[in-house]
Design a protein around this ligand. Structure first.
Ligand code: ZN
Length: 519
């Protein structure tokens, strides 16, 4: 039966399968293997750490095939990548199916070069070779550049450089020259594109980009590197086409106005933007407000400012009254919660911890009585903050959300798989707390129960967003990623993307109607 399915059917079917299930199918028969393998090799996510998929919806981000890494060791990742390269080398059929390669940060350069050497000969369908690249592979990228729809200009170094080598910019220009501009829909660049294009690719036509990733870094170029006046963003990119904009600032000093230095206000012209991500900036509420007013079609908004800056109430109101409140499907930001967290630190002459029971469901009561009051705050004096080292241990919410996050890192949970940097982070938090308190009292289950109680404490905050943004599918408030689900009578609630097992929402009320009133 499976053997007789048409190719299009397999394509459709694969959307409902995890990677493990697709791999399992390759063992069914040679015909099934022939049908599913092209899908397995189409989009390759080259991770150097184990990937973690959502447990509430394992199909999220399942368009990728990731390297099956189980240990946090570089050698292990290298070994898996070597196996992939060998497979692609030995099978022109499999490599002919590769369309997209996504590279993560610390991949071995020699292996990347080997991979490109195979792809340049055996991957006629390769369209994107993306993300974190290095100048060491520019010559290899040039060979594959003519067929690509993405142009990733590697940064001069992993970190901003004190002095950029004089050869760097001309080498980038030579890479750009190999690209087919009419094909390019995505650009990743680590400097002001206006300065780069006016000086190093002035002959380039206006790019019809759908996706722009801009990293703003304080690399020191030689003084005469950019003699010609810069182009504006709309000189370089056609304003009608850009849909996704990601800007990451590497500047750690607040005294540099990155918004001004990189002319970011020019980007407000790109009014067809559907996805906006601002990362590691010092907040500028004025700029954000202008973005909200300029981008009425936003579907995805991700804001992660320096120092955990929270979006103020006025800006949230503006967003909820903007046309984008109807189009937004994915919202990821930080704001002041409407109820205090389960554990907070009250500052004052004598700082102390406070337990706030905003939800009184049996699960939250169990957490307060049997974990917080018994294991963390067992005496009156344990509520007093005795020193800075006391805070990360007893302020358990900050511990599991920001200090030792128990959820993996991912920019958008539905697009990219999460990456975890340690094994079983919830277990690691339990063991850290056991060490800090000098007794073996915390179990992994305690940590998960605290996480669930934390979600319950966000009930009103979640409700605020669900009411104002009716088409949200994903909501990540203060680093708690959730999907939006519909419960009884169409009531909406938030389901954690990770650690969802055993989670029962406190956002849905039991409905009593004529039929079940006396049942
Ligand atoms: Zn509760």
């Amino acid at each position: 039966m499976l053997e007789r399915l048409a190719f299009e059917t397999w394509n459709e079917l694969a959307k409902y399968l995890t990677q493990d299930e697709r791999v399992a199918l390759t063992y069914v028969s040679s015909k099934v293997r022939l049908a599913i393998s092209p899908i397995l090799y189409r989009n390759l996510f080259l991770n150097e750490e184990p990937c973690v998929f959502s447990d509430s919806n394992p199909l999220l981000a399942n368009s990728w095939s990731v390297l099956c890494i189980t240990e946090h060791k570089n050698e292990y990742a290298d070994q898996k990548l070597s196996c992939l390269i060998r497979t692609l080398q030995e099978s022109p059929f499999l490599s002919s199916n590769v369309e997209v390669v996504h590279c993560t940060w610390h991949l071995d350069i020699a292996l990347l070069r080997d991979l490109l050497a195979v792809l340049v000969h055996n991957a006629p369908n390769l369209r994107h070779f993306r993300n974190f690249l290095t100048p060491a592979i520019i010559d290899d990228l040039k060979k594959v550049a003519p067929q690509l729809q993405s142009l990733d200009l590697p940064p001069p170094g992993v970190l901003p450089q004190g002095q950029v080598a004089g050869s760097y910019l001309p080498r980038l220009a030579s890479l750009v020259r190999c690209s087919s501009f009419e094909n390019i829909t995505a650009l990743n660049i680590y400097m002001d594109p206006g300065e780069f294009f006016s000086n190093y690719a002035p002959w380039a036509p206006k790019l019809r980009l759908r996706e722009l990733s801009l990293s703003l870094r304080g690399d020191n170029y030689e003084p005469d590197s950019f003699p010609k006046a810069r182009y504006t963003y709309s000189d370089v990119f056609d304003v009608r086409y850009l849909e996704s904009l990601t800007i990451l600032s590497w500047f750690e000093e607040e005294n540099i106005d990155v918004y001004e230095k990189y002319h970011l206000h020019e980007l407000l012209k790109f009014q067809n933007l559907k996805e906006l991500t601002l990362l590691s900036f010092y907040a500028n509420d004025g700029f954000l407000r202008e973005c909200i007013q300029s981008f009425p079609l936003l579907r995805r908004l991700r804001l992660d400012y320096m120092l955990g800056h929270m979006i103020d109430q006025g800006t949230l109101t503006l967003l909820s009254q903007s046309p984008a409140h109807l189009s937004l499907q994915y919202l990821d930001l930080k704001c002041s919660p409407l109820e205090p967290y389960l554990v907070t630190v009250v500052r004052g002459r004598t700082a102390r911890f406070e337990i706030n029971e905003s939800c009184v469901c049996p699960a939250c009561r169990d957490v307060v009585q049997n974990i917080l009051r018994k294991k963390i705050f067992s005496t009156q004096s344990s509520y007093l903050v005795k020193g800075l080292e006391d805070i990360p241990n007893r302020d358990v919410i900050t511990r599991i959300i920001s200090l030792s996050p128990i959820i993996p890192y991912t920019p958008f949970v539905d697009i990219r798989p999460g990456q975890s940097y340690i094994n079983d982070p919830a277990k690691a938090v339990a063991s850290t707390l056991n060490k800090a308190f000098g007794q073996d009292v915390f179990a992994v289950e305690d940590i998960i129960k605290i996480y669930h109680a934390h979600l319950h404490s966000l009930r009103r905050t979640f409700g605020y967003f669900l009411q104002r943004f009716p088409n949200l599918a994903f909501l990540n408030i203060n680093d708690v990623p959730t999907s939006v689900q519909e419960g009884l009578g169409g009531q909406k609630y938030n389901l954690p993307i990770y650690h969802s097992q055993g989670y029962r929402t406190n956002q849905v009320y039991e409905l009593v109607d004529d039929d079940n009133l006396f049942a």
